[in-house]
Each structure stands twice: as C-alpha cells, then as structure tokens.
Write a protein that binds this ligand. Structure first.
Ligand code: SF4
Ligand code: SF4
Length: 712
C-alpha cells in the first residue's frame, strides 16, 4: 500500500505543478490586457446579485436548461463534478491511511458513513454516465460532417470534445471499480446506499479476496490518475470553462450584458474625448492587448458549444460572422502570440520567426484575425449574448473593434459614411431639415404641444418621436397612432419637434463614439433644460439609448416604450379596444425591445385585448426572436453577402400564413415591409399582407376604423 501511496502522491504533485504553471500563464496573459476596475467594483458592491447569479446561472444552469436534452445532460455532468469531489476526498484519504496503517478504510469525518452520501455519489455518477451517452448522441446527430454550416458545432474543436467525454467516462468506470472492490475487501465506508457499486461488487466477488484486493489498489490509482490527467487536459483545453465559467459569470455585466453599450475606457478609466490623447489613449480595440482582462476571460471560458452561432442572424443567412468563431479566433491568436506578449524586451529578440510573423497580423483586416466582413455583419441583436451559457459578451467585443476601425482607421462600409455626415450636420440619418420633424403634428385633428424651452405645465410625458417616427412615412403612421391614443386616453404629452436630434444610437453602434457622445450631450442638455422627467418612445433603439445609455452621460429619465404605456392604459380602462379585427397576426419581437430590454409581454397583451385578433407565434420568438437586420447600424449598410436577413424573417412569418405581421419598432416596420413587398412582387405573399405597429392595430380597434393603408 505504501508503494501505491507513493505513486499516487507523485502523480498528484506532477499534475498540480503542470496545472499551476498553466494557471499562471493564463493569469499573466489576461493581465497583459487592459484593466477593467468597473467589473470588480460592481461585483464587490452587488454581492447579493452576484450570489444570485452564481446560484441561478452556474449551479442552476438556467440558460443551459432551456436546451432541454443537452441542458439536462450537462446539469447532471456538472453536478457530478461537485458531488464526486467527496469520492476523491475518500480516495486520497484511503491512499494516505492505507500507507500509514496498511488498511485503506478511510471515511470523511461526520458524513463519511452516511448512506445518503453513498447513494448520491452513485446516483450522480450513473446520471453523468447517461449524460455522456446523451452528449455522444447529440454530437453525432449534430455533426458538422452531416449538417455542415448549420451544425452548431461547425468550427468547434471536435476531437477535444470527444477526448473530454472519454476522460469523464474513465473517471466514472474507475470510480465504480474502486468502490466495488473496496466493498468486497471490507474497506468501503458505507453499509448501504451505493446501489451501483454494490451491483458491480456482486459481479466481482466471485474473483476472490486476493483479486479484489489488487483491484481495489489498481482501481484507486487509476481513479486518481484519470482525474489528474483530466485536470491537466482541462486547463489546456476548452474545458477550462469548468474553472473560468463561475468567474466569467461573476464579472459579467449585470443583468445580462445587453441593453446599454459600454462606454469607452482607456487604461480602465472612462475616456473623456475633450482630454483624450490619440498617442497614449486606447481608442477601442486595435490590437489584442487593447482587450480588457474580462475579454481574455471570455476567450478562456468559451465552451465551443455553438449556441450563439445557432441563433445568430448573420450566420443563419450565410454571412461569415459566427459569434463563436469571433471569440475562438481571438483566443487562438492570443495563445499563438502569448510568447511575445509575455516576453521581456531581451527575450523577444530570440523568439521563433513564426511567432514574430504573427505580430504583423492586424486584429481586424483582410488578412487579420477578424475579417472586416465578420465585424460589419453584426446587427447587435443580442441573440448570442442571450444564449451563451457562460455569459460571454460578444457585442462588447464587436463594438470595441468597430470603435477602433471607425475612429482610428476610418475604415468602415462607405455607405455608412453618409449616415454619419447627416447625423453630424442635420441631427438625423437622412439629412432632412430639422423643421420637418414636426410636420406630422399638422396631420392630426387635435393639437400637440411642442416644447418651447420648458415642458408645458401639467404635461406628464415627453413623447420622444425619433428620426424614423418623425421623418419616415411608414413609421409616421405609428407616431400618429400613438399620439392619438395618448390623446384619447387623456395622457398629457408634448414633443420636442425641431429641438429633438437623433439619440446617437446608429453612430454608437457603428463605432463612432465621439459623434454619439456629441449628440447625446446635446439631447441631454435639451431634456434637462426643459425639465423632462418622463419619456415615452416608439423606437426601441431610442428607448434603449435614452433609458440605458444616457445615464452614462448624466441624463436620467423615467423612460417607457409606447407598448408598455399603451398596455397600461388598456389595463386601466383608459383605452378600450371595441371593434373586432378578425385577422391572423404574427408578432415580430424587435431585438432592442425584447432581448435587450425584456419587453415581450406588453405588445402581446395589447393584441390579446383587441377582439377578433388571432395571434400565431413564429418558431423563433421572444428571447429567441430573429432580427430584422437593421440593428447595429446595419440599417445604413448594404447587405451584400448571403440571404437578406429581413427576407429570412419574412419567410418565417409566412409559414404562419398571417393576414398581418405586427411589430413595435419603426426599423423593423421598414425592413419587414420591404421584404414583404418583394414577396408580393414574386407572388409568394398575398397582396393584402401588411406589416403594422401594434399601436396601429389598437387605434383601429379603439376608433373602429377601416384597415390602415398597407405599410409595406
Ligand atoms: S449580436 Fe446578433 S448579429 Fe451580432 S454576433 Fe450576436 S447574434 Fe450575431
Ligand atoms: S460564446 Fe458562449 S454560446 Fe458561443 S460557443 Fe462559446 S460558450 Fe457557447
């Protein structure tokens, strides 16, 4: 037994040394990146929320359990890691006790003979074994070899995943071997409960005492050896997430990495454009070292599961962007250039030429780590962030790279340049005169107050109309419907008219933070000077920017989306939909209303209150809703690669055979309307099909009007 103990302890020392070396390497590499003190401060100041996140996301596996078969399998395998730690305590105890006393009958003090623990250990090991079988079936069924690009594992390191499954399998069978033999030699600490081990013991018993004694020693060593090899494999592979996932969840943006775009930071401090120095300050991310340590933690934590990829509208329409590969490509590059990043000046001269050659590779570029087509394909829809089980923040990575490309390299799709110029000169993306912003008011048969310096007395809401709502013909119908509904419900509101400028959302999502900051400060000054407290917005992008991003610059308002306010007014009986609308309607969730701000119920509540309406959900809805293609400033860029995202979405809507498609965003209205028009031209959609805002449906029912002129 002494020899067994010596071998076991030597193996342990070697594995611990290798693991510690790797952990130190990973720590040093991550800290080459930029500081991110706000992550630590938030975690420190919100211990309760962080504890809840650990319980729900890590231990409860909330996101994974949404994917029922693989989530359930993962739940059991993960819990096996925790519960089987007790078996390893027993194994090491037996190793040491056997060496000292000659009898390896160690038990954990207090709980070590409790049959419930024995049962739990065997149960979770057996459940993990079934989980491994499920994983194997899922991997075979979703193999990229058969499904190609539509497999969520396409691009992942497949061999490594199979190796890890094999290692977990080895952990489990050696566990049962060692425990069964220990039962037969009388060294097992439990009298009952270990139902699987007892079954295996019955099968081994006929081999005799000597054989079982040898099997106990061999099983014990094998069980420890397999775990140690597994430990080393984990820290050198994608399974590193076993250790980094709780950290990544701890330091991720609460509540979910969506909503507000992160303000720009340089060296961990908020960047002040008036004082920024282009020579010393970091503007976005132009090279790997500009990534914060949280970005590196994202790289280490990706499990290559491909859930993000499977939901990405860009990937699903044959564009080169895969959120998974965006993370993995940066990670692989980080590991390749690590010898340079971690070396001192003197050591760098002696590095292998392959490493030095990599230094010329830009982070973004035709020959870069990330191709520009990847970077500019993103709609910021948030489907990747929503699905990622380990809270990786893809949008933050994309925005930081866009910021560098736009502000330092002036490199972005040229057509978006017109939008930026128009924002700068005219305060709206179309370059129309600001005086046109109030024209829709004249088309109403009641008066709308226009703020003249101060909010008028007794006015509750500032109605933030938005550029599309004020200037785009189809979106103006929503604006007028909302104004009319508020008027009917007796809600006092006013608009800024020519004093309103674009919130800056398209500039920010493109990466032009400077212009965003300029527009935002101008609007905040207008709103604060006018004494605005409550805002209702029809555009989810305006809503998101006003509610979640303006507080970063000192603009704090109580902001609601029009669907939230209208649903409340209906609920309170201030608006009564009475005229039936006998139509089949499918609702499209705008990403910046749904995923980014969790407003899923209210638009549906409004439709549910309209008599006659039959709603039919699309397959991809609510938190798995599919983008219309306009977010992330994509509205202002050509879509040259793959299928158009709006066409893909309308194809899905058509599967429900709707009379109308409803939505709650002026940009979705335009994108879906365009795709519906094309479908009508090609005869794939009925002539009467149209896309409308839920406010347009509501006003029709409240006022008993005939159907509105098709928006599409
Ligand atoms: S935000 Fe949307 S478009 Fe961008 S990478 Fe994620 S899923 Fe794809
Ligand atoms: S980023 Fe998240 S969802 Fe995407 S592959 Fe990695 S772990 Fe999975």
């Amino acid at each position: 037994m002494l020899l067994v103990a010596i071998i076991g302890l030597l193996m342990t020392a070697a594995a611990v040394a290798l693991t510690a070396r790797r952990a130190l390497f990973l720590y040093r590499l991550a800290t080459v990146g930029q500081p991110a003190p706000e992550r630590v401060e938030y975690a420190r100041d919100n211990a309760g929320a962080e504890l809840k996140a650990q319980l729900v996301e890590v231990f409860g596996q909330r996101k994974l359990l949404k994917w029922t078969p693989s989530g359930t399998a993962h739940f059991f395998v993960m819990w096996a890691f925790f519960i089987l730690l007790t078996v390893y305590i027993e194994a090491y105890g037996a190793l040491v006790q056997g060496a000292v006393t000659g009898t390896p009958d160690f038990h954990i003090p207090l709980i070590g003979t409790w049959p419930v623990l024995a049962f739990l250990q065997d149960f979770i090991a057996a459940a993990a074994l079934i989980g491994l079988g499920a994983f194997a079936v899922i991997r075979v069924k979703n193999s990229p070899k058969t499904l190609g690009r539509s497999s969520r594992f396409s691009g992942s390191h497949l061999g490594g995943a199979w190796l890890v499954l094999f290692m977990i399998f080895n952990v489990i069978w050696t566990l049962f071997l060692y425990r069964a033999a220990a039962i037969n030699t009388g060294n097992f600490p439990y009298r009952s409960g270990a139902f699987v081990s007892e079954g295996v013991a019955a099968a081994l018993r006929p081999l005799g005492e000597g054989a079982n004694d040898a099997l106990e020693h061999v099983g014990l060593l094998l069980h420890i050896a397999v775990m140690l090899v597994f430990l080393v494999i984990v820290v050198y592979s994608k399974h590193l997430h076993i250790f980094t996932a709780p950290l990544n969840v701890l330091f991720s943006r609460r509540p979910d990495g969506m909503g507000a775009a992160q303000p720009m930071r340089s060296g961990g401090k908020l960047l002040d454009f008036e004082e920024a120095d282009p020579d010393t300050d970091v503007f976005g991310r132009g090279k790997l070292e500009d990534t914060s340590w949280k970005g590196f933690l994202d790289f280490y934590t990706c499990t290559e599961c491909g859930r993000c990829q499977s939901q990405c509208p860009a990937w699903n329409t044959d564009k080169p962007l895969s959120p998974k590969m965006l993370i993995l490509d940066q990670r692989d590059h980080a590991f390749k250039v690590a010898p340079y990043l971690l070396a001192g000046e003197e050591q760098r001269k002696d590095l292998h030429e392959d490493v030095l050659a990599l230094l010329d590779k830009p982070l973004v570029g035709e020959d870069g780590v990330i191709h520009p087509d990847v970077l500019w394909s993103c709609t910021n829809c948030g489907a990747c962030v929503e699905q990622c089980p380990v809270d990786i923040e893809h949008i933050d990575h994309i925005l930081d790279m866009r910021r560098y490309q736009v502000m330092v390299e002036s490199s972005f799709p040229s057509e978006a340049g017109v939008m930026l110029k128009n924002l700068e000169n005219k305060g709206n993306p179309w370059g129309m005169s600001e005086m046109k912003r109030a024209e829709w008011v004249e088309e109403l048969d009641f008066e709308v107050e226009i703020v003249d310096d101060k909010m008028p007395e007794d006015t509750e809401y500032l109605f933030w109309v938005g550029c599309a709502g004020a200037l785009e013909d189809r979106a103006k119908k929503t604006t007028k419907a909302v104004a009319e509904l508020l008027h009917i419900a007796g809600v006092k509101f006013a608009v800024l008219g020519p004093m309103e400028a674009c919130t800056g959302d398209p500039a920010r999502r493109l990466g032009m933070e400077f212009l965003f900051s300029m527009l935002a400060q101008q609007n905040i000054e207008t709103l604060n000077d006018a004494g605005v407290k409550k805002i209702v917005a029809t555009c989810p992008h305006c809503f998101n920017t006003l509610a979640n991003e303006y507080p970063q610059l000192g603009g704090n308002y109580d902001v609601v989306h029009h669907t939230q306010l209208l649903a409340k007014l209906v609920e309170e009986g201030k608006l009564t939909p009475i005229t039936p609308i006998e139509e089949k309607i499918t609702y499209h969730d705008p990403c910046f209303l749904g995923r980014h701000n969790k407003v899923y119920a209210q638009p549906r509540d409004i439709m549910a209150k309209v008599p006659g309406v039959q709603t039919q959900e699309m397959h991809r809805c609510k938190d798995r809703g599919f983008c219309c293609g306009a977010g992330g400033a994509r509205m202002w860029m050509e879509e040259r690669i793959g299928k158009r995202i709006n066409t893909e979405r309308v194809d899905e809507a058509l599967t429900t055979d709707p009379d109308r498609v409803s939505t709650a965003c002026p940009f979705c209205l335009v994108m879906l309307g365009d795709a519906i028009s094309e479908k009508k031209n090609s005869g794939e959609a009925k002539e009467s099909l149209e896309v409308v805002d839920v406010a347009q449906l509501l006003i029709r029912s409240v006022k008993g009007e005939a159907p509105a002129t098709p928006a599409s």
